[in-house]
Structure formats: structure tokens, C-alpha cells
Write a protein that binds this ligand. Structure first.
Ligand code: ADP
Ligand code: MG
Length: 356
């Protein structure tokens, strides 16, 4: 793997008694779309502002390639920023806003004019160049903020929940645009969100934070399909959790028992193979069928129709309430509350979680 563009080591940030970052180590690869994901208060903004240089670390180091930038002021780091509290200048036009970082850097006027046009083109805002930013919609303002952050060709772009104030449909559109922009420019993106779907759909890699610590990092696929802890399995999408007794290895899987039911689960090489365990099972990995077809028998308690999908809550005497999600168009049974059904899953569908 090539040398990381940014390396953070042993970073700690304390606000009085509150430890907002607790021994965070993070490498950011050149050109990647990296997302910091976590619930409110998990330390995402603290980490991003430490990278930006707005809020110095209590301990630890930050390196930009081979350069130690831990104590450098923000303007020397030269990162582009789209932050919530870093609003557009209301007394300037769109064009003046985007030109601002270039003026500060004392670039020649002709170069500024050309670069501003180019950046407004990137975010499809050329037609609005002479408007005041107060006359723009929320989505348009975010586009201008993005153009301003990109105008001086930063090597790293830092974005703190840039789409969170927008309505759902517009947010989805801008997610596609941001992703396309990232691919086109090849700039390293460090993106903060508390929105799981946003993180899954946009990122090359996701870092999950909780209480100032990294819980797990990996590609969206790794985190979704192989969560290590209950927190990650629960935070990223929905999961059923089953408390089991581990019975030992069964090929690449581990056999386990919950009440009278015996099944196998996927497990890493370092997973325990005896004792008590906890298994996460995604609702969409469970098959629903007519009574007797699958291994487990249960009764439908609740049905929730979501258009393309249908979510069904099935009560099982040992496993408890199981959430099952099925594409509406391939429903094997008509799901109605009170209906007896069977359900099951393939041997590697469940994931054995680490203790704790
Ligand atoms: P997130 O962006 O994930 O919601 P933050 O990084 O803003 O979380 O906050 C992490 C923790 O640090 C929280 O407990 C928050 O209350 C605390 N915190 C953040 N900024 C300050 C500050 N300026 N003074 C005191 N505590 C702060
Ligand atoms: Mg925040």
C-alpha cells in the first residue's frame, strides 16, 4: 500500500473532564473517500477540526505525508473545508465567495477569473455567479461552499455534514454529485456524517466512532457484512441479535445453539469457538416461507410495508422477535399478522460478534 497522505497517531482531545478523542490512530490514503461515521457526540467534528487545525490536539501527532503538521495553523495546512459553521459570506456574490480563497493567496486576476468559472462549472452554478448567496436555496449554497473549498485546488477536502440540512430527495441527488466530483477530481475527501445510508453509499472506507474511539474501520461491505461488535451491527443498518452457546468449528463456520435450534455462523479466525456468544443476523438474510419449509417455525406479529420492501416481525418461541425484510415483489407468503410461517437462513448469514 502506498504511503498515507495523512497519519494521525495517539490523538487525544480533552475538553476539561470530557475526553472527545481517546487514543485515535488513523491513516488516510491518497485519493480516497473516507467517512467518519458515528452518533452525535462521538467525536467526529472534534477529529475533523483537529485535522483542519482549528482545535489543537491535547496529545498526539498529525502528519501530512512526511511533514509534522500537529502545530501548524490551518492556513498552512491548505485543506479545503465545507463546515457547518463556516458559512458563505453574505455580503458577497457567488463569484466573490469562490474567488475569496484565491484572493487571499494573491493569485493573478486572470487566473482567479478562470478558476472561479471552472469551479462554478464543477458544481453547475455558473448561471448564479452574480447572485448574492442569501438569494440561493440550501442546496445551491452548499454547491457554492463546495466550489469555494475547491477553488485553490486543495489536496484534501474536509466536509462536516454538508448535506444534513437538506431534504431527503435533494440530499440523495447531491450525494451522487459529490461522489462523481470525488471520482473526477481525485482529491482526498474526509467526510463526516451521522447518516448510515449516506456513509454506505458514498465512501471507499468508513471509520466508525463511538465515545471518541474508533470502533471499526473498513469498506462499506466489510462493515455491513462483517461487523465486529454489537454496536457496529446495530448502528450500520438493522440486525437481529441471538444469544447462543458455541458448539465448535464446522468447516469455515462455527456451530451454535439457541434453545432447541442449532445452526452455523460465519466467524473470523480469531473468534471464540466455545462458551457463550452473540450472533448478528441481517433481516434481509432471512428467508420467509410457508410453514414447514424452513427450519424455524414462528408466527407473524407485525407487518410494515415500505414500497419496494416489506418488513415482517415474526415471533419464535426461543429466538424471540425476529425482524425479516423481503423484497415486496418476491414475497413467498402473504404476510399477515397471526399467520404461521417458517423461516431460515444460509450457514454463513449470521455473524459471530466479539464479546463486549
Ligand atoms: P460529533 O461531531 O460526533 O457530534 P463532537 O466532536 O462535536 O461530536 O463532540 C464530541 C464530544 O466533545 C461531545 O461530548 C461534546 O459535548 C464535546 N465537545 C465538543 N466541543 C466541545 C467544546 N468546545 N467544549 C466542550 N466540550 C466539547
Ligand atoms: Mg459534529
Amino acid at each position: 500500500m502506498s504511503e498515507p497522505i495523512l497519519s494521525i497517531r495517539n490523538s487525544v482531545k480533552a475538553y476539561g473532564p470530557v475526553t472527545a478523542l481517546d487514543q485515535v490512530d488513523l491513516d488516510v490514503r491518497e485519493g480516497e473517500f473516507l467517512t467518519l461515521l458515528g452518533p452525535s457526540g462521538s467525536g467526529k467534528t472534534t477529529l475533523l477540526t483537529a485535522i483542519a487545525g482549528f482545535s489543537p490536539l491535547t496529545r498526539g501527532t498529525i502528519r501530512l505525508r512526511s511533514r509534522d503538521i500537529t502545530h501548524e495553523p490551518p492556513e498552512h495546512r491548505g485543506f479545503g473545508m465545507v463546515f457547518q459553521g463556516y458559512a458563505l459570506f453574505p455580503t458577497m456574490t457567488v463569484r466573490q465567495n469562490v474567488a475569496f480563497p484565491l484572493k487571499v493567496r494573491k493569485r493573478p486576476a486572470a487566473e482567479i477569473a478562470a478558476r472561479v468559472e471552472e469551479c462554478l462549472g464543477l458544481v453547475q452554478m455558473q448561471a448564479f455567479a452574480d447572485r448574492m448567496t442569501t438569494q440561493l436555496s440550501g442546496g445551491q449554497q452548499q454547491r457554492v461552499a463546495l466550489a469555494r473549498a475547491l477553488s485553490f485546488s486543495p489536496q484534501i477536502l474536509l466536509l462536516d455534514e454538508p448535506l444534513s440540512a437538506l431534504d431527503k430527495k435533494l440530499r440523495a441527488d447531491l450525494q451522487w454529485e459529490l461522489k462523481a466530483l470525488h471520482e473526477r477530481l481525485g482529491v482526498t475527501f474526509i467526510y463526516v456524517t451521522h447518516d448510515q445510508d449516506e456513509a454506505l453509499s458514498m465512501s471507499d472506507r468508513i471509520v466508525i466512532l463511538k465515545d471518541g474511539r474508533i470502533q471499526q474501520q473498513g469498506t462499506p461491505d466489510e462493515l455491513y457484512n462483517r461487523p465486529r461488535t454489537r454496536f457496529v451491527a446495530d448502528f450500520l443498518g438493522k440486525s437481529n441479535f441471538i444469544e447462543v452457546e458455541l458448539l465448535g468449528r464446522d468447516g469455515p463456520c462455527i456451530a451454535c445453539r439457541a434453545g432447541g435450534a442449532v445452526f452455523t455462523v460465519a466467524a473470523g479466525a480469531d473468534a471464540p469457538i466455545r462458551g457463550a456468544g452473540s450472533v448478528a443476523l441481517r433481516p434481509e438474510r432471512i428467508r420467509l416461507a410457508a410453514p414447514g419449509v424452513e427450519a424455524m417455525q414462528g408466527t407473524i406479529r407485525q407487518v410494515s410495508y415500505l414500497g419496494e420492501r416489506c418488513q415482517v416481525m415474526v415471533a419464535h418461541p426461543v429466538l424471540g422477535q425476529m425482524l425479516i425484510s423481503q423484497p415486496t415483489w418476491q414475497s413467498a407468503v402473504e404476510p399477515h399478522p397471526g399467520t404461521e410461517v417458517s423461516f431460515g437462513w444460509s450457514p454463513e448469514a449470521g455473524v459471530l460478534l466479539a464479546a463486549g
